[in-house]
Write a protein that binds this ligand. Structure first.
Ligand code: ADP
Ligand code: MG
Length: 280
């Protein structure tokens, strides 16, 4: 059973009822890259619906299409075929300019390498998306976003004056400040030590639970995936498993088990085929 993660709406019906609002609706999505005479079928027919307030992790072996799918979800790239609706809007056929507008308004991105500007204070980094969007009350909104990730006392710090975990929290505040329909994160804990990774996970869990923000992230780490509400497993450009995590772990509450135990456990939870070795 899917566990509803938005505390404010805990009396709402569970995931499978049609009353929940879909943030992402993907049907028959394919992506073929052409390299000279060679065609690579990176996605071969993805069906995926993600509802408002879900926290989803995307896993799968290297080359299975995770980045390609994330680029499409983020309106950074278009599918070759199929449809993609974001927040009810069919974005699969939008122009470049329209795509840019959708990205700016509806999606917050968090990257593995933080992607912060070197000589720019935390406050200014978070104000930038508001400047691009031409929104007022920037300083106040940026401060609120930084405070919500526990950095209210680091407004004037440069990235070099912050730890990796703090830098990633600045990036999360920057992703949040435009009030996007969803946050997309590409291995957001991939470059962090486990303590900072836990901090970042705690923030994602809190944003998801308390503010109902939809979060989709790619991770290679099954332990991280078990902190989310649902795991989508890709293989060879298709979804081979898509399962709720019955009782997501609470970040910081449990100690990480041995790699082997963890791998076995996630495979038992979400995956019903293939070889565990593929997922290392
Ligand atoms: P993952 O993120 O799961 O490792 P990708 O989405 O990056 O997988 O890649 C899926 C497949 O598409 C791979 O075979 C990869 O080589 C190919 N691919 C990805 N991007 C491109 C590109 N820009 N041009 C050609 N082939 C690509
Ligand atoms: Mg990738």
């Amino acid at each position: 059973m899917f566990r509803r993660r938005n505390g404010k709406n805990s009396d709402m019906p569970p995931a499978e009822t049609p009353t929940r609002k879909a943030v992402i609706e993907i049907a028959g999505v394919t992506k073929t890259y052409k390299m000279g005479d060679i065609e690579v079928n990176a996605l071969r027919g993805i069906e995926l619906t993600i509802y408002e307030g879900e926290f989803v992790s995307i896993m799968g072996p290297s080359g299975s299409g995770k980045s390609t799918l994330m680029n499409i979800l983020g309106a950074l790239d278009q599918p070759t075929d199929g449809t993609f609706k974001l927040d009810g809007v069919d974005v699969s056929r939008l122009s470049e300019a329209e795509l840019a507008r959708v990205r700016n308004k509806k999606i917050g991105f968090v990257f593995q390498n933080f992607n912060l500007l070197k000589r720019t204070t935390a406050l200014r980094q978070v104000e930038l998306p508001l400047i691009y969007a031409g929104v007022g009350g920037r300083s106040k909104r940026a401060k609120a976003a930084l405070t919500s990730v526990g950095l209210g006392n680091r407004l004037d710090h440069l990235p070099s004056e912050l730890s990796g975990g703090q830098q990633q929290r600045v990036a999360i505040a920057r992703a949040l400040v435009n009030e996007p329909a969803m946050i997309l994160a590409d291995e957001p804990t991939g470059n962090l030590d486990s303590r900072s990774g836990t901090e970042v996970l705690q923030i994602f869990q809190r944003l998801n639970r308390e503010q109902g923000i939809t979060i989709v992230f790619v991770t290679h780490d099954s332990w991280i995936a078990r902190h989310t509400g649902r795991v989508v497993m890709l293989r060879d450009g298709i979804v081979v498993a898509d399962k709720p995590i019955p009782q997501p772990l609470v970040a910081g509450d449990d100690e990480r088990p041995s790699m082997e135990d963890e791998m076995e456990s996630i495979l038992q939870t979400v995956y019903y085929g293939g070889d565990a070795k593929e997922y290392n």
